[in-house]
Design a protein around this ligand. Structure first.
Ligand SMILES: Nc1ncnc2c1ncn2[C@@H]1O[C@H](COP(=O)(O)OP(=O)(O)O)[C@@H](O)[C@H]1O
Ligand SMILES: [Mg+2]
Length: 233
């Protein structure tokens, strides 16, 4: 579904990614792990065409993304749940969700399916987004991504700053997507949260791929996990 091949991505003259490769097949969950500053968000920004790689290739369903605008990449079926949620603060929840609605070749999600997943949203529709708690904002950001009919969803640190109950809800959504054949990339500093849902893992270190393999391999080998992820549990 997604193939990232040897990308080098820069911010100005500063190189942030060095030959990063990864791939995701339909319905698969890839955990993208690594310390703060390792380049995880930059990988997502590269896929979305927000910070374009200077070299290397990215293809979604076999088609190169290099010359496509970010809105075209979204229309191809790549959804994004940004680390800072990026809601429109003075618009209502209903309007923020409506902004995400689009059709792609992938499964469409109705508003009632989204409010069945996050029932709290039903009672928040008329609220301005800036008045929401962090967890409520995350629900809106995920709901907005689903309403865009994605085939692949990029979650950037979805657990950050959230209560454990909401983290469980978010991971349940990732599992639900997997059941529907929708792929996810879950960026996490908290490895255990991502490993609880992941099939495959890519560990980034200083902009390079330090390890790639099956999640089960990492779960079964605490010494390897500690070596790759350091202090992270
Ligand atoms: N907008 C930016 N301008 C310049 N450097 C940046 C920018 N965003 C990130 N970087 C740098 O790129 C590297 C990777 O950052 P990032 O992808 O955000 O890491 P992560 O998401 O793993 O914490 C870091 O060294 C960071 O300082
Ligand atoms: Mg980041």
């Amino acid at each position: 579904m997604l193939e990232v091949r040897a990308i080098d991505t820069y911010y100005g003259e500063t190189q942030a990614l060095f030959g990063v490769s990864l791939s995701v097949v339909a319905g698969e969950v890839l955990a993208l792990l690594g310390a703060n500053g390792a380049g995880k968000t930059t990988v997502l920004r590269s896929i979305l065409g927000l910070t374009r790689p200077r070299s290397g290739e990215i293809a979604f369903e076999g088609r190169p993304l290099a010359r496509r605008a970010t809105h075209e990449i979204a229309r191809a079926g790549i959804g994004w749940v940004p680390d800072d949620r990026r809601l429109c603060p003075t618009l209502t929840v209903a309007k923020n969700l409506a902004l995400g609605v689009k059709s792609t070749r992938f499964r469409a999600w109705s508003m009632s399916e989204v409010t069945d997943i996050f029932s709290a949203l039903k009672y928040l529709m008329a609220r301005e987004a800036e008045t929401l708690s962090g967890g409520e904002m995350q629900m809106v950001a995920i709901g907005r991504a689903l309403l865009g009919s994605p085939g692949l969803v990029l979650f950037d640190e979805p657990s950050q700053g959230l209560a454990p109950k909401i983290v469980d809800d978010v991971m349940a959504v990732v599992r639900r997507l997997k059941g529907e054949g929708i792929a996810s990339i879950v960026v996490e500093q908290n490895a255990d949260i991502a490993l609880s849902v992941a099939d495959k893992v890519v560990v980034l270190s200083h902009g390079t791929v330090a390890w790639t393999g099956e999640a089960a391999t990492l779960v079964a080998d605490p010494a390897l996990k500690r070596k790759l992820l350091g202090g992270a549990r």
